[in-house]
Design a protein around this ligand. Structure first.
Ligand code: HEC
Length: 110
């Protein structure tokens, strides 16, 4: 009985992690890919390479989420990151899921 309960808990955890990833993927593909590219390398001057190991994704989740929610422009950068990727309908949870997707897709060990 206990073993069954443990298996159920693990299954629920696993499937919600997978849900987050597919939600993150659709957020990314819907609202972020135009500037950040399917490989995270960036489509315009001023968009950083998210796949660079020492790049933006090396920062903590808190910092990145804050920048995604409020928008962000580093000094001297020709282009800024728009608040919520320019889509005000995206929730904080959507952005969190997108961050998870980006980490999963672009932050492979090099
Ligand atoms: C209009 C273009 C554009 C769109 C759309 C866009 N970004 Fe960005 N993003 C940028 C630019 C430009 C930067 C770099 C800003 C700078 O360093 O000045 C950036 C930076 C970032 C960073 C790195 C922040 C850091 O600390 O360096 C993250 C993470 C990010 N974007 C996530 C997202 C997500 C998630 C979405 C979709 C919801 C998104 N972006 C949509 C242009 C865009």
């Amino acid at each position: 009985m206990i073993i069954l309960a443990v298996i159920c808990v693990l299954l629920v955890r696993f499937s919600s992690a997978a849900d987050d990833l597919s939600r993150g993927e659709s957020v990314y593909k819907g609202s972020c890919i135009a500037c950040h590219g399917s490989d995270g390398a960036g489509s315009f001057p001023g968009v950083p390479n998210l796949a660079d190991k020492a790049g933006p994704l090396s920062r903590d989740d808190d910092v990145l989420l804050n920048r995604m929610i409020n928008g962000f422009q580093s000094p001297g950068s020709p282009m800024g990151m728009p608040s919520r990727g320019g889509d005000p309908t995206l929730t904080d949870a959507d952005l969190k899921a997108a961050l998870k997707y980006m980490r999963n897709k672009f932050q492979q060990p090099q």
